[in-house]
Design a binder for this molecule. Structure first.
Ligand SMILES: Nc1ncnc2c1ncn2[C@@H]1O[C@H](COP(=O)(O)OP(=O)(O)OP(=O)(O)O)[C@@H](O)[C@H]1O
Length: 206
């Protein structure tokens, strides 16, 4: 599905990683791990195409992404540190916005979805009035409505409580079972939950 070939990234004259290559197949989950500042977010952003590496390329189903960025972006769901939630809008309005801008399916029972996410009674209030973990849950609602083949998630468990983490992991299993893939950064150990977890470890380089 996704091949990352010989990627090199330099930030502020520090080489974060060089000649890095990996493959992510259909139904696979891969964790980028390493200490703070090692370059996990930088790598994720390069793979998504938000920033350019010093060298290297990405292949999507064997085709160079640079030649058809739109096709790749159409298959990608990216949730970063900044969650992309409009805090002036309610949870339902945010989901409706994502539906309209990303072409997600429209037949969604919003109240049922938000109940699954533990947001009963908070569906219609502006997101800025929710706690950090609740705001994160609103952002992660996209995982319930998206049919993107590739999920790229930067620290998805941040601020999410234990029950929420379990819920998220169940959603990950569904994505993998339908042949989708997940590339994520996390400081959590996921080896117990995902036995076929692939990992890429970045060392902090001086
Ligand atoms: N836009 C930028 N301009 C300059 N330097 C940057 C930029 N983005 C990241 N860096 C630097 O690149 C290094 C790696 O940052 P990055 O956010 O990729 O690390 P990380 O492994 O995701 O860290 P963390 O675990 O803390 O989230 C850091 O030293 C950071 O200062």
């Amino acid at each position: 599905m996704l091949n990352v070939e010989s990627i090199t990234c330099i930030k502020q004259e520090r080489c974060l990683f060089e000649n890095l290559s990996f493959e992510l197949k259909s139904g696979e989950i891969m964790q980028l791990e390493g200490p703070n500042g090692a370059g996990k977010t930088s790598l994720l952003r390069i793979v998504a195409g938000f920033t350019r590496p010093e060298q290297g390329r990405r292949l999507w189903f064997g085709e160079d992404v640079a030649k058809n960025e739109d096709d790749f972006l159409g298959e990608l769901l990216f949730i970063g540190h900044k969650t992309g939630v409009n805090t002036q809008l309610s949870a339902i309005e945010n989901i409706q916005f994502w539906q309209q801008t990303h072409g997600y399916p429209h037949s969604i029972d919003y109240y049922n979805l938000l109940a699954q996410l533990g947001l009963v009674g908070l569906e219609d209030v502006p997101v800025r009035m929710l706690s950090a973990g609740q705001q994160r849950r609103v952002a992660l609602a996209r995982l319930w409505v998206s049919d993107a083949k590739l999920w790229m998630l930067d620290e998805p468990f941040t601020a999410v409580d234990k029950k929420g983490v379990t819920l998220l992991q169940q959603q990950f299993f569904k994505q993998l079972a339908r042949g989708g893939s997940i590339l994520l950064t996390s400081h959590q150990d996921l080896t117990e939950q995902f036995q076929n977890l692939k990992t890429v470890t970045l060392e902090y380089r001086f």
